[in-house]
Design a binder for this molecule. Structure first.
Ligand SMILES: CC(C)(COP(=O)(O)OP(=O)(O)OC[C@H]1O[C@@H](n2cnc3c(N)ncnc32)[C@H](O)[C@@H]1OP(=O)(O)O)[C@@H](O)C(=O)NCCC(=O)NCCS
Length: 175
C-alpha cells in the first residue's frame, strides 16, 4: 500500500514537472513535419499520409498546435484544429479538433489536456472520436465535453463516430 502511494506521488510529481516543461506553439511545417508524421503513424489505425497533411495545411482556416519539451529535440504531440464559420443557429467562435495525438512515450502526463485547453477559449469546440476509443473519450469528458451525437459508419472501416462537443454555455447551448 505504501509502495502504491509512493508510486502515485512520484507520478504526480513527474506530471507537474513535465507540464512546466511543455511549450505549446503553432506548427512549423518544414521543421516539425517528420516527427509529427512519426507520431501520427504510431497513433492512428488509418494515419494520414503526407498528401493529406499537405492539403490540410494549405487551407487558411486550419491550424496545428504542437507540444515540445524544453531541453528536448523535437515535438511530443500535436493537435490539428479548424476555426469554423458561425452557423445560422449559433453565434460565436467555434473550433473543430480534427486530430490530436501524443507520442506514446509521453502519454498520461497531461499533454493532451494542455493542448485541448488552448482551444477551449473559443465559445464551442467539437471533435469526432471512434466509438471504441474510450481512452480519448475519457480525456474529453474530463474536460467538460459531452456526447452530442453518434454518427453511423463515419470512418472508412465502418466504425461509428461519437461527435463530442464542449461549449461555454454548457451541454444544452445548441439544443
Ligand atoms: C488521446 C491522447 C491524445 C491523450 O493524450 P495524453 O497526453 O496521454 O492525455 P492526458 O495525459 O492529458 O490525459 C488526460 C486524461 O484523459 C484520460 N486518459 C487519457 N489517456 C487515457 C488512457 N489511456 N486510459 C484511460 N484514461 C485516459 C484520463 O482521464 C487522463 O487523466 P489522468 O491521467 O489524470 O487519469 C493520446 O492517448 C493519444 O495520442 N492517443 C492516440 C491517438 C488518439 O486516439 N487520438 C484521439 C482521437 S479522437
Amino acid at each position: 500500500m505504501e509502495n502504491a502511494d509512493k508510486q502515485e506521488e512520484d507520478q504526480q510529481q513527474q506530471r507537474q514537472q513535465l507540464q512546466q516543461e511543455v511549450k505549446l506553439r503553432q506548427v512549423d511545417w518544414d521543421r516539425d513535419f517528420p516527427q509529427l508524421l512519426a507520431i501520427e503513424r504510431q497513433s492512428f489505425r488509418s494515419p494520414w499520409d503526407s498528401r493529406k497533411f499537405a492539403v490540410y495545411s494549405s487551407l487558411p482556416k486550419n491550424r496545428a498546435l504542437v507540444a515540445e519539451l524544453t531541453g528536448q529535440e523535437g515535438i511530443v504531440g500535436y493537435m490539428l484544429y479548424e476555426l469554423q464559420a458561425t452557423s445560422s443557429n449559433y453565434l460565436g467562435s467555434s473550433t473543430h479538433i480534427a486530430h490530436i495525438a501524443v507520442d506514446p512515450r509521453h502519454r498520461r502526463l497531461g499533454i493532451g489536456r494542455l493542448m485541448i485547453g488552448a482551444v477551449t477559449r473559443s465559445d464551442a469546440v467539437t471533435l469526432y472520436a471512434r466509438r471504441s476509443n474510450t481512452d480519448a473519450q475519457r480525456l474529453y469528458v474530463s474536460l467538460g465535453f459531452y456526447i452530442h451525437n453518434i454518427v453511423t459508419a463515419h470512418y472508412s472501416d465502418g466504425e461509428d463516430a461519437v461527435l463530442m462537443r464542449w461549449g461555454q454555455e454548457g451541454p444544452y447551448a445548441m439544443q
